[in-house]
Design a protein around this ligand. Structure first.
Ligand SMILES: [Fe+2]
Ligand SMILES: [Fe+2]
Length: 269
């Protein structure tokens, strides 16, 4: 099982750049093109939130154009820059997942090579806020879904990382009361990993008896500044993540988008 993750593309209306600097649409197109070079073809492509920058319909129209005919194939996760109704309007695969402003929480169960595999998608967003939270109803739902899948391999997918990164402003706008989620997840050793976005920086943490991963963004990366004061971005390229998931667990890779070239060393020829 190979899962590709594109996170935080932050699409603007046509012709607008992020902060006048980053062409986020070009980056998303490059990320999608990069996936064409991945072998084998990923089983799933997850979009882990902040698909657009301001939840505007103009921005979702632009996103639709960029995603093209692949629109219905993506696993969609809500981010704090998204609008739940906007996501529901754009992605028909969400039509059975609540309505209006309900949290976009759902499960995908598949059988692969004799393995029962489940992806649990959690909506950590709070409308109008940049920080995240899972409320008591969602945590109970998560507990129930995990209890039903004790014998399966489970991956949890959400926008806000459940761990503190050490990067001050990102933690300020991080997942509040992550300890409550940890208390649920820690009961289930079959959770192979938690993958997330929001951080705009690759990071992993040991968390709740499993591994939690934050993907970099296809658009722009946050500076790895740990002094608690600086809020800045880097000139690093957009990136994507690839999760190779075997019966032994999840191995997560990060790579810059675009054509990174390829060469063969003498000893391997
Ligand atoms: Fe973001
Ligand atoms: Fe975010």
């Amino acid at each position: 099982m190979l899962i590709a993750q594109l996170s935080d593309p932050h699409i603007f209306a046509r012709g607008e750049l992020m902060e006048g600097v980053v062409d986020t649409a070009a980056n998303l197109s490059l990320a999608l093109a990069s996936l064409e070079e991945v072998a084998p073809t990923p089983d799933f492509v997850v979009l882990t939130g902040d698909l657009v920058n301001d939840g505007d319909s103009d921005q979702y129209d632009h996103l639709k154009e960029l995603l093209g005919s692949r629109l219905e194939s993506f696993i969609v996760v809500a981010g704090n820059h998204d609008d739940r109704t906007g996501l529901r309007t754009l992605f028909p695969q969400l039509s059975a997942v609540g309505s209006g402003d309900d949290p976009i929480d759902y499960v995908i169960d598949v059988e692969r090579d004799g393995r029962s595999i489940s992806l649990i998608i959690l909506d950590t967003t709070v409308p109008g806020e940049h920080s995240g939270l899972l409320d008591a109803t969602q945590l109970e739902w998560l507990d129930n879904q995990l209890a039903e899948r004790r014998d399966d391999e489970v991956l949890i997918v959400q926008h806000h990382p459940p761990f503190r990164s050490g990067i001050g402003f990102m933690d300020t706008y991080g997942l509040h009361d992550a300890e409550a989620e940890a208390a649920v997840v820690a009961k289930y050793p079959n959770v192979a990993a938690v993958i997330s976005g929001h951080l705009h920086r690759p990071a992993t943490a040991s968390w709740a008896g499993t591994v939690a991963f934050a993907s970099p963004s296809t658009a722009a990366q946050v500076s790895p500044s740990f002094n608690g004061e600086s809020t800045s971005y880097t000139g690093e390229p957009g990136m994507l993540s690839l999760h190779w998931w075997t019966g032994a667990g999840v191995t997560s890779h990060v790579q810059p988008i675009g054509d990174n070239g390829r060469w063969v060393p003498e000893w391997a020829k």
